[in-house]
Design a protein around this ligand. Structure first.
Ligand code: GAL
Length: 379
């Protein structure tokens, strides 16, 4: 009997010890924009320029893994993944896509990997990651997008290829560009040059090699069609490009929107059948005023609405730049604006600015809150 009791005690204390070990040191129950955000290991979350995939009742956050010092602006590790049930508390799931050690690889350590987004393809049960890729030691000149796949959500993702999209195809909304001729050597930023860019000068220039693709996001529509939205034409114009059935390539159906509009950091979402896009202007790592666009069909016409941010510091989007909009599960009409507060001198210290989106006259509005939680939304 004694022996049995002793054994029972031993088992009990062992499992108590184990559950203590598993218990997270961190218990977040609100969002604090711009504050250090600790994961379940008490480390500041390292997933910048990120996006969220909701899968099997869990949110997965993919983002740029940054290190300290200027070198941290290039990819030294890869793309991180975190998981959460409640959006406040995040568990580090490790590196989903690792940089390569092969100097011949497009994603060699020291290349630039930005704004990774992952979508799930229901047809073949595959997870597909796209990200902005700049080749090593070429600054931001390569302007490519790249794709990687995995059969498990947390990875490891296998890198497939990088590309400038839509080579040898014309935008569906401006096929006439094919017949346009543009003067060579126009001086930049003159009215003639602006007009030429507006009319498709860079589309024609990049026709053979593919359109530039820098800041980007992905969007899967209700019918399962996926789109890749990217800054093209030296960041002057946004392109919306349809992805093929397995989401790993382009169909060649694409749209050119807001030529000369200078939009970056696109984040697209759908509400009550209407598409909304939040973007930023182009001031590098420095924040500027967000922009809002909407459309009844993803392939346009898109309408411009101005800055969705209101109140103090709205002109710098509360010191942040858009990266994604989360649709919150289990709540009515609940969307979260996800932004980055960049720290280019010490990128690992970059902060996250998550704010609830309100709707006024059917248009998204973003207001600042020092601290907030999901109770702002209706169940
Ligand atoms: C930002 C862009 C970031 C990064 C940065 C580099 O405008 O949104 O993703 O590319 O420029 O300067």
């Amino acid at each position: 009997m004694r022996k049995v009791l002793y054994l029972l005690l031993l088992i009990l204390s062992f499992s108590a010890c184990k559950s203590q070990k598993n218990a997270s040191l961190v218990d977040n129950n609100s969002f604090k924009p711009g504050a250090l955000w600790h994961d379940s290991d008490s480390m500041h979350i390292n997933a910048h320029g990120g996006g969220i995939l909701f899968y099997n009742d869990t949110y997965y956050w993919f983002g740029e893994h940054k290190i300290s010092g200027r070198r941290g602006n290039s990819a030294q590790v890869g793309v991180s993944c975190y998981s959460s049930k409640d959006l406040y508390n995040w568990k580090n799931e490790g590196v989903a896509l690792a940089v390569s050690e092969d100097p011949e690889s497009d994603i060699v350590r020291g290349s630039v990997i930005e704004r990774p987004k992952v979508i799930f393809n229901k047809k073949n049960n595959q997870f597909v990651m796209w990200f902005h890729l700049e080749l090593k030691d070429q600054g931001y000149d390569a302007a490519r997008t790249a794709v990687a796949v995995s059969n498990t959500i947390t990875g490891p993702y296998e890198f497939l290829y990088s590309v400038r999209p839509n080579a040898e195809t014309w935008p569906i909304n401006q096929p006439e560009i094919v017949n346009k001729s543009f003067e060579n050597n126009l001086e930049g930023w003159t009215p003639e040059w602006r007009k030429a860019v507006d009319e498709g000068m860079f589309v024609k220039r990049d026709f053979k090699g593919g359109q530039m693709s820098r800041d980007m996001t992905l969007f899967v529509d209700d019918d399962g069609t996926a789109y890749h939205i990217h800054s093209a034409e030296e960041n002057l114009t946004l392109n919306i490009s349809e992805l093929n059935e397995d989401y790993t390539g382009f169909t060649g159906k694409w749209l050119r929107i807001f030529p000369m509009g200078h939009n970056e950091a696109p984040a697209l979402f759908k509400r009550n059948g209407r598409y909304f896009m939040i973007t930023s202007g182009c001031t590098g790592w420095d924040p500027n005023a967000a922009r809002l666009m909407s459309a009844d069909s993803i392939m346009g016409e898109w309408t411009y609405h101005g800055n969705p941010a209101v109140g103090e510091n709205a002109d710098i989007t509360f010191d942040s730049q858009s990266t994604y909009v989360i649709k919150v599960d289990g709540y009515e009409d609940a969307y979260i604006f996800m932004g980055d507060r960049w720290r280019p001198r010490n990128p690992i210290d970059g902060r996250y600015v998550w704010l609830p989106i309100e709707f006024e006259n059917e248009l998204p509005v973003i207001k600042y809150h020092d601290e907030w939680d999901l109770s702002v939304f209706n169940k």
